[in-house]
Design a binder for this molecule. Sequence first.
Ligand code: 5RP
Length: 231
Amino acid sequence: MSESANPKKAAGERAAEYVEHDMIVGLGTGTTAYFAIVRLAERIGEEGLRVRCIATSERSATLARGMEIPLTSFAEVLHVDLTIDGADEVDPAFNLIKGGGGALLREKFVASASDTELIIVDEGKLKQRLGAFPLPVEVVPFGWQLTRQRLQGLGCEARFRSSDNGPFLTDNGNYILDCSFGAIDDPPALERRIVATCGVVECGIFAGLATRIIIGKSDGNVEERAEPGRL
Ligand code: 5RP
């Protein structure tokens, strides 16, 4: 595969073209968001693009700092113009599963503050129904075993996420339970039930947040969808 036919790179680079002078820009997390961040850094260098960015993870913040992308925080701004982020699955109504990289809480927080949420994916992430990808749910460490039991009561098998060094810890010091529900009939309803569960901090279903889906193809082309239902 030639470099230009990398679908994640193609989608990420296209999304970076949406950034304009003086925007507050949310920087997503993951291998697709990586390419958008790199292209944004190039544009800042080449065009003198004036932006301030909010990272959705420590990983993306470190990447951005290394490329001299100006960072800000919610201590300074309470509104984001445009966020570029990846996803693990996207359905035709633009519901998403996110959190494969464990950054779902900050990703949803930034998305919820954003006028525009650009989601960058390769074709394999497009699904008729969400749920083949286990749904990441961030939970507080205290009593996580009971939280897992409560989540399993909603109809899933919940697996504790580990890393090489023990429990996977989010940037917020919490745990992740990867919840296999199978095909999800009503993502917004399931999201509401999960976030209403005591012990849950946030759920990887993102409903009503994505405004545009940018799809990188294996032949190097890019497709964009801005109307839910047209995937
Ligand atoms: C991180 C995420 C990522 O956006 C998602 O997992 C997609 O990652 P990638 O672009 O590496 O496939 O939600 O929490």
